[in-house]
Design a binder for this molecule. Structure first.
Ligand SMILES: [Zn+2]
Length: 107
């Protein structure tokens, strides 16, 4: 019957569309992203990275700071005082240690 053949053809076409469309859309998206890639921006980022490598260590991690952060053995931050009993840092304006409630020397 002509109608059922037409219907079959439509269904096959629909199936093919469903299979192929996502692939084509993905490829189109990929192409679009590649086209949108801002070469100037990338170039600038590379130049900045090279400048950073050349100019100094302002962006490099300080080894002592990293070690201190990992071990918790950091130098006393400003405005804090270490508890003489347990070593926990407390704000310098408090009287008692927040950890052990020992009276702090400054307070
Ligand atoms: Zn304490």
């Amino acid at each position: 019957m002509a109608l059922s053949q037409l219907e079959l053809a439509l269904r096959v076409a629909l199936g093919l569309f469903v299979i192929v469309a996502p692939t084509l859309l993905f490829l189109a998206l990929w192409r679009g992203l590649e086209a949108m890639r801002d070469d100037e921006l990338i170039e600038r980022a590379q130049q900045r990275a090279q400048r950073m490598e050349g100019s100094g260590s302002e962006w490099r991690l300080d080894a002592t700071a990293v070690t201190a952060a990992v071990t918790g053995d950091d130098p006393v931050p400003e405005g804090t005082v270490a508890c003489p009993s347990c070593g926990v840092r407390n704000r310098s304006d408090v009287t008692y240690c927040q950890q052990c409630l020992n009276k702090l020397g400054g307070g």
